[in-house]
Design a protein around this ligand. Structure first.
Ligand SMILES: [Zn+2]
Length: 283
């Protein structure tokens, strides 16, 4: 069973041996859903893959039958994955490795999730430079998100050398307790509720009253202008909304072809400026 596992609608990534082994170990170690999909696909006949897709979506009746037998199999499947050369990893349908690294477990966008939030457990002191602002990261229950990966993306963005702390004035520390600022990932309709009276129209995000409320639709889809680099859009979204919490208002594109100011409303349009997710160096 050296190669493997591809059912209908499953993306496949092939990477150089070392990098891929790291990536596989990382993803499979933290994403139960990916691991379960891999295990199911590797232990069922190819013509059963369509049913497995439905099972993975939560059809309990269907999943019970196909999941019962290989209880111990996932471990075997992982070892096979890690020793394959080059290793191959199955990703959830519609997602890239970049998407998975940002915390996404599925590409589906529910218009409204459960309206309750779970704080991502854990803490991260950050670099400790300048004024240290405490951040709590929360994900709306019912969204297909790996909270730890999402929180890591948020913190790496905020403490990036091009971020708000580039001038030494501020850095960010994550806590799961009381915090000055919250970063929330929410479904479109929940964003509308939390951002009201700002009009987010199920599409955009907001930063107000200490809360950076990020729209899950945009986290998944980004925008047309950022379609080729969704990681950059996600960095824009975090930096822009937290920028509001730090007291920064909107700016406009200074000249065609210039880098867009971070505080330009790039979720609507960066043009005629060039998309830019960072506050520094200031355009
Ligand atoms: Zn804004």
């Amino acid at each position: 069973m050296g190669g493997l596992l591809v059912g209908a609608g499953t993306a496949v990534v092939t990477l150089p041996a070392g990098a891929a082994t790291e990536a596989v170990r990382d993803v499979l170690g933290r994403s139960a859903q990916v691991a379960r999909l891999a295990a199911v696909r590797s232990t069922t006949a190819p013509d059963a893959s369509a049913a497995d897709d439905r099972a993975a979506d939560g059809d309990e009746t269907a999943s019970r039958g196909s999941l019962r037998a290989p209880v111990e199999e996932p471990v075997v499947a992982h070892e096979t994955l890690l020793s394959a050369d080059p290793p191959v990893l199955a990703l959830p349908p519609g997602l890239t490795m970049v998407d998975v690294e940002s915390g996404l477990l599925a590409a589906d966008v529910p218009e409204r999730a459960r309206q309750t939030f779970t704080v991502v457990p854990g803490s991260d002191p950050g670099p400790g430079t300048g004024r240290v602002r405490t951040i709590r990261v929360e994900v709306e229950d019912g969204l297909p998100v790996d909270g730890a990966r999402f929180a890591a993306t948020v913190m790496a963005t905020l403490n990036d050398p091009r971020g708000w702390g580039a001038d030494g004035s501020v850095s960010f520390a994550r806590t799961d307790g009381d915090a000055e600022l919250r970063v929330l990932l929410a479904s479109p309709e929940t964003v509308d509720d939390l951002c009201y009276p700002l009009e987010t129209e199920g599409q955009v995000s907001c930063g107000r009253s200490g809360n950076a409320v990020l729209n899950f639709r945009r986290w998944v889809l980004a925008t047309d202008e950022y379609a080729a680099d969704k990681a950059a859009y996600r960095q824009y979204l975090v930096n822009h909304e937290v920028g509001h919490l730090l007291g920064h208002g909107h700016e406009t594109c200074p000249a065609p072809g210039a880098l867009a100011p971070l505080m330009q409303q790039q979720s609507y349009r960066a043009a005629p400026c060039v998309p830019n997710p960072w506050p520094f160096p200031a355009p």
